[in-house]
Design a protein around this ligand. Structure first.
Ligand SMILES: [Zn+2]
Length: 897
């Protein structure tokens, strides 16, 4: 599963927790997977082998009728059969044709217990029943998605979202990942509709208005990977080896799948080779679900995507294309890590998600070298490291005992981004080829089955001859990461040795004592092309490190998931040589100095000294780090006397770069340079550079008459500057443009700009728009992102809008709502109300079991408040020392913030 990158609205499904049920005791994650020992709530004495499920959905009534036949293996004689169900009523329940004694469905426990007339013996038995169920209106189980097509006509699509625990909403089943079985699905829907599922169509019969379609039987798989979509769909297709590839979309939009189809061909061929195991299904579909479905889901052979994450149209930007490629690469990696080999239980969700994220980044980088994808991914790694530097952070591996916890395990920062970074660090340490060999062994050993972390360590250990569990264990099983402190010593000849020591890195005071990590270091001395790998295994060790006058990178290539604090002489040497360092080493240094300042371990001046050495260099990721840091300071200084002096300093810092870049895109420019231009102009516009603001207004006037006057890639930047400085007339103009958006790509872009107005009266109008009824059906879910955008300029207004309209705003987020409220709301709205008031509101809205998420959200909120006052103080002293005017503004005119 993959949630939308550009949104904080990403999390997981909520189902209210379950009472105690038959379950195995949980033990530490040190054993290979076995079916018997896999954690779960369902008893293991009755095992499904094959499902035949026939459904007849009634979309108008939002109801579902089903017939089911399950071939079971009784491993011991028993008179009780327990399986998962939710909102279903079973009838005519028989075992081997004999009516059963009793059937009790408990929706709170999400279980149905069937009691037989007498115990049935070990061996195979057939369970049959009919049932009635529900079609949902949010993306859980089988759901109905209404939409308005670009031409204005209304439509309805049925689709499914089962991970982690919602297959049971469409058909009663053994809905835990270790219970693999084959599935033969039959669906009866209006004959005019197109139907798609995991496997190709086996047969179809039309009866009047309706058609019954039976799909070929799937391989043995977990129920959460079953897929079904139906509606007025059309496709484009191609082949890759023996596999038929298709992109499906609402009829008329299928041509927008051409880019995705070509991506899929490339990615499938690469993965067939990398995993050493050819994609085993006859076809692989990619299905574009309109708007309301967030993210994407790796159903085996039938991946579903939010249509914005799959279709490319004339309004799409390079960012859109990059996101589409990387999300496809993620979901397709799951066809192996997740589908062919599945984690044994949700504890090991990282085996699915971290792996798919790491593999996707590697593939995106390999096939699009110009995108410098690993440098882009550094921003995600930073997001994870900031989250993981909280005292309340959690380990990648976390024990799951119920549906709510399974859903909350889809944590974008830790399960996805930290996991990806740790795998990359491990790959670099073991070597790419050795790592791939280990992955191939893992696939071969566990195909059509399940696995645990231990199984992966064993496969990588067999390939490398190393004790991988020992190296990797601390990164997976414990929260946090180390700060590696560097203390250099020089001998009389100038030779340097460094003492490296480690402790847990925390942003705020807390218990930093932790067992040492096995830290795979990459050490670069001077201008060495290839860094030297080393492993720090103890609290402190000494290494040789070249000469004292050479720069030193202890996280060369920014590959490591740890921070480095250099002693003053080494930092000074590195700062002097900053311009000559490889870009990834510079990025690591900037990231670390900024985090060390935030943690109160080093001064702001040390960071700004590095930033000021960027000059007119075009390193996009390094500049994006600097841009974000300066923007964060500017935001915290609003309303302070130092604000204008600091923005003048920040503008001057960017000026050489702005002069070099100008507004004009050049044909031979890299995409990174173009992104950099947009970031620089965007910030200068926000920081009151009147020349930039005037040019943006001029361009907007032309754009208003002819939208093709500004390339889609540049629109968000220009519109944001215009919105921030808008008067009533420009606001109305922008609003009219948003209302006339031609498609959802434009809609999202234009309304997001509208939320960026600074003027309080206009912002109040924008807030009313965010909760108005002017959005089409598939775009209801944009409200959450819009209110969060509103918070950047007008936090109190955004908080009031959010809390007073929470039901409306959160309804389309339905499976994600508790995590949004518990963790993301305090993180986003921290400055809008006193923390106790925010916490009280949050606690009243989510189940008590969300306490850990609330603690994380509130820790971040309180940290943000503390950081704001620390920043105000630090900027004050920085400006007082005169350092802030060391680079006087040239050609930049001060304006209102
Ligand atoms: Zn995923």
């Amino acid at each position: 599963m993959r949630s939308k990158d550009n949104s904080r609205v990403r999390a997981a499904a909520l189902l209210i927790g379950l009472a105690a049920a038959p379950a195995l005791a949980w033990s530490a994650p040190v054993a290979p997977f076995t079916f018997e020992s896999a954690y779960g709530r369902l008893p293991k004495n009755v095992v499904p082998l094959d499902y035949q499920v026939a459904i007849t959905p009634d979309a108008a009534a939002l109801s579902l009728a089903g017939e089911e036949r399950v071939l079971l293996e009784f491993r011991q004689p028993t008179d009780t059969v327990i399986l998962n169900s939710l909102n279903e009523v079973l009838g005519n329940v028989r075992l081997d044709g004999v009516p059963v004694k009793g059937v009790v469905s408990n929706d709170e426990q999400q279980l149905t217990t069937i009691t037989l007339v007498k115990a049935a013996g070990a061996g195979r038995h057939t369970l049959t029943f009919s049932y009635k169920g529900k079609i949902e209106t949010t993306p859980v189980g089988l759901f109905a998605q209404p939409f308005v097509a670009p031409g204005g006509e209304k439509g309805l699509l049925l689709s499914t979202q089962f991970e982690p625990t919602d297959a049971r909403r469409m058909f009663p089943c053994w809905d835990e990942p270790a219970f693999r079985a084959t599935v033969e699905l039959t669906a009866t829907v209006p004959a005019a509709w197109v139907v798609v599922s995991n496997m190709p169509v086996a047969r179809r019969s039309v009866r009047g208005e309706l058609a019954a379609t039976t799909f070929q039987r799937t391989p043995k798989m977990p129920t959460y990977l079953v897929e079904f979509s139906a509606g007025d769909l059309a496709r484009i297709s191609a082949t890759s080896g023996k596999t038929e590839l298709s992109v499906w979309a609402v009829r008329g939009q299928e041509k927008d799948g051409a880019v995705a189809l070509a991506n899929a061909q490339q990615i499938l061929a690469d993965y067939n080779d990398y995993f050493g195991y050819a994609f085993p299904l006859p076809k692989l579909d990619s299905i574009a679900v309109p708007g309301g479905f967030t993210g994407a889901m790796e159903n085996w052979g039938a991946i579903t995507y939010n249509d914005q994450l799959l279709l490319v149209n004339a309004s799409s930007t390079l960012n859109d294309r990059q996101e589409i490629y990387s999300v496809q690469a993620h979901e397709m990696a799951h066809q192996w890590n997740g589908d062919l080999v599945t984690m044994g239980w949700w504890d090991d969700l990282w085996l699915n998600e971290s792996f798919a994220s790491w593999r996707a980044a590697k593939e995106t980088d390999l096939r699009n070298p110009e995108w410098k994808w690993w440098e882009t991914q550094d921003a995600d790694k930073e997001g994870a490291m900031w989250a993981d530097a909280r005292a309340t952070s959690h380990a990648i591996f976390q024990h799951v005992t119920n549906e709510l916890q399974a859903a909350n395990a889809f944590d974008s920062e830790i399960t996805y981004s930290k996991g990806q970074a740790v795998l990359r660090m491990l790959e670099a340490h073991l070597g790419d080829d050795v790592f791939r060999d280990g992955v191939r062994r893992f696939m071969k050993a566990h195909a059509y089955s399940n696995a645990s972390s231990t199984d992966l360590w064993n496969a990588l250990g067999d390939a490398s001859g190393r004790d991988v569990a020992r190296i990797a264990g601390g990164w997976i099983e414990r929260p946090g990461f180390p700060l590696v402190s560097v203390a250099a010593a020089c001998d009389a000849t100038g030779k340097r040795s460094v003492r490296l020591s480690q402790q847990r890195f925390l942003l705020q005071a807390g218990d930093a004592a932790a067992a040492p990590w096995q830290v795979p270091l990459q050490i670069r001395v001077g201008s060495e092309a290839k860094p030297r790998p080393a492993l720090l295994t103890t609290p402190a060790e000494t290494f040789e490190a070249g000469r004292c006058d050479e720069p030193l990178s202890v996280n060369a290539g920014a590959i490591g998931y740890y921070r480095v604090a250099y002693d003053a002489p080494t930092l000074s040497t590195n700062t002097l040589a900053f311009a000559t360092l490889p870009s990834a080493d510079r990025i690591a240094l900037l990231d670390d100095q900024w985090a060390l300042f935030a943690a109160g371990r080093q001064g702001l001046a040390e960071y700004l000294k590095l930033a000021s050495r960027m000059g007119s260099d075009l390193d996009q990721r390094a500049w994006s780090q600097v841009n974000n840091a300066l923007a964060s300071i500017e935001r915290n200084l609003r309303g302070q006397s130092s604000h204008d002096a600091f923005t003048a300093y920040a503008r001057a810092l960017l000026q050489p770069l702005a002069d070099r870049l100008g507004w004009q895109v050049h044909a031979d420019e890299s995409s990174g340079t173009q992104k950099l231009r947009r970031a620089v102009l965007g910030n200068l516009g926000t920081w009151g550079d009147t020349a930039v603001v005037d040019e943006a207004k001029r361009r907007f006037a032309v754009f208003a008459a002819d939208h093709s006057a500004i390339a889609p890639d540049d629109q968000a930047m220009v519109l944001a500057i215009v919105a921030r400085n808008a008067d009533a007339a420009r606001y109305d103009q922008l609003h009219a443009i948003a209302r006339a958006a031609h498609n959802d790509t434009e809609l999202q872009r234009y309304y997001t700009a509208l939320m960026q107005v600074r003027d309080p009266a206009l912002a109040a109008q924008a807030a009313r728009v965010a909760v108005s009824d002017e959005f089409p059906e598939q775009a209801q879910s944009v409200r959450m992102g819009l209110v969060m955008e509103l918070a950047v300029q007008n936090p109190q207004l955004a908080w009031t809008t959010f809390t007073q309209n929470a039901d409306l705003i959160l309804k389309p987020q339905a499976p994600y709502a508790p995590l949004i409220v518990a963790q993301y709301a305090p993180e986003v709205f921290w400055e809008a109300a006193p923390p106790d008031a925010i916490e009280a509101w949050v606690r009243a809205r989510v189940p008590a079991e969300m306490a850990d998420s609330i603690a994380r959200g509130m820790e971040t909120a309180r940290f943000s408040i503390a950081q704001k006052s620390a920043m105000i103080k630090a900027v004050g002293s920085f400006l007082d020392t005169g350092a802030g005017v060391a680079r006087p503004a040239s050609g930049s005119v001060a304006g209102k913030p």
